[in-house]
Design a protein. Sequence first.
Length: 297
Amino acid sequence: MGSTMTPIGNPQNLLIAIQSGISLPFTTFIVHLTIPTLINLFLTYFILRMYFKKDLLLLSGKRYLETNHSSHTIAATPFHPEAISPIIENPRLAKISSAILLLTIAGFIISEFLHFLHIANLGLSIIALLGAAALYLVSGSDRKDILRRVDYSVLVFFAAMFVVTSALWSSGAISLIMSHIPAPSPNNIFQSNAVISVVSILLSQILSNVPFVALYNFVMLNNGFGGDAHVSQWMMLASASTIAGNLTILGAASNIIIIDVAESKNVKTFTFVEFFNIGGLVTLANVVVYYLFIVYT
């Protein structure tokens, strides 16, 4: 949910920032989505606390017993913080990476300021590429290790995804599917945001949110949503497609990754139904907050 706030928070936001035609995407996202995102974070926290109230009480009771009767519990098992937070093996590279990350984020902000003043227009992709190139150039003997550790399968996945989604659009398959779904109207902010939010949440459960946005961007542009005149609808697409990952496990690739990692470490995870039971409450609350805030501000 927190990734909704900026155009670099997640892949679907970045796609919207690049393809929507919004002139100042970084500033636009922060201005329109910071407050509702913070509200939703706190709201979700309280929903989760209420939903898992019995579990939390049992957990707190177990910790009390472990603290006061360690000889009769598993509390004697030593806790290793490094199991959760791995020790930094290369402090020099860690410092360089942190510095370049901060400079890259500053670059996003500066580029929008320069664009606002009509001095220069550097896209988010170019700045990110410059940051990666700078890290590679100053990493010295660690360069080979950096290249070796890149998750190329993810890059290939996204590249292939864009090829497939473009093919679906060019072939007319998406137009055929969308002909059976209400189209958002550029002249009605209430209808368009309602349609975008519902379609985003539902279709993301089938396509997953990143591929969905890659396709729905074409639909938005084809229906006349472009540039700063329709910021509200693009922000609705960004927020609704992101929180779609809260509804079911299939809504976002990040859900599957988290569950896969947990299961690989023998941690009990959610079933599809268990996730949906709480995800439905969270998603409904989230979309209401985003819709009301985006439409009325």
